[in-house]
Write a protein that binds this ligand. Structure first.
Ligand code: PEP
Length: 244
């Protein structure tokens, strides 16, 4: 899944989508493009019939109303969005999104019939103080554990250590695998082995073509949420195709 963040003009976004479509050959891997809101319709039209899916970076928890500047899950669904990123660390950090707010947004996405890509991740401080496992538990339990087992068919989790996002520093294969295994254990303790095994857990944080294969080769890593490297068609496609 490629999170374009607040990058590209609408025209550049369509061009990028075209380049990705042209160079993407490995149809066994699922690609999701997550452009800014302003490009959803045009990028969505570009990818029709290619198997590539459309995602959005955020949404509001209400369907409509007096929330100037916001976009609802229902609106996203209507333009062909299938996945919505909830709880990206940049939204937690710069927009003070709380666990409770993220729970409400999660409900809105599920109620609109889309899939949530729920991001969690610890800061460097959390990791150096040894609190990283607890931080991830708190993020997941406070925003997702009100859901029922059935809801988890429409949840994807993205583990994104904050210290690895946009920094060029990637978690080692072992660090990422260890946390993904921990997340599966949280799900199996709260729900069942079935939920734990069926949920896709993506890794995000400075994934590039050079480190993708090692990360994706780990048992509990099911794919990636890619920021910077998703803005170049060749690197994004190479990352996708390194997932075997
Ligand atoms: C992200 O923002 O989700 C991300 C993983 O960014 P980057 O790949 O640039 O670290």
């Amino acid at each position: 899944a490629g999170n374009w963040k607040m990058n590209t003009t609408p025209q550049e976004g369509v061009l990028l989508a075209k380049q990705i479509i042209d160079s993407f050959n490995d149809k066994s891997c699922e690609l999701i493009l997550i452009p800014p809101f302003t490009h959803l319709s045009t990028v969505g039209k570009e990818i029709v019939g290619t198997g590539i899916k459309l995602g959005a970076q955020n949404c509001h928890y209400e369907d409509s109303g007096a929330y100037t500047g916001e976009v609802s899950a229902a609106m996203l669904k209507d333009v062909g969005v299938e996945y919505v990123v909830i709880g990206h660390s940049e939204r937690r950090q710069y927009f003070n999104e709380s666990h409770e707010l993220l729970a409400r947004k999660t409900d809105a996405v599920l109620n609109s019939g889309m899939v949530v890509i729920f991001c969690c991740g610890e800061t460097l401080e959390d990791r150096t103080s040894g609190e990283h496992f607890d931080v991830i538990w708190r993020q997941i339990s406070d925003s997702l554990f009100h859901l029922n087992q059935e809801d988890f068919k429409n949840i994807v989790i993205a583990y994104e250590p904050v210290w690895a996002i946009g920094t060029g520093v990637t978690a080692t294969d072992d660090q990422a695998q260890e946390m993904h295994e921990h997340i599966r254990k949280l799900l199996s303790d709260r729900y069942s082995n079935e939920v734990a095994e069926e949920v896709s857990i993506l890794y995000g944080g400075s994934v590039k073509p050079e480190n993708a294969e090692g990360l994706f080769g780990q048992e509990d890593i099911d794919g990636g949420l890619i920021g910077g490297a998703s803005l170049k068609a060749d690197s994004f496609v190479a990352i996708g195709e390194s997932f075997k």
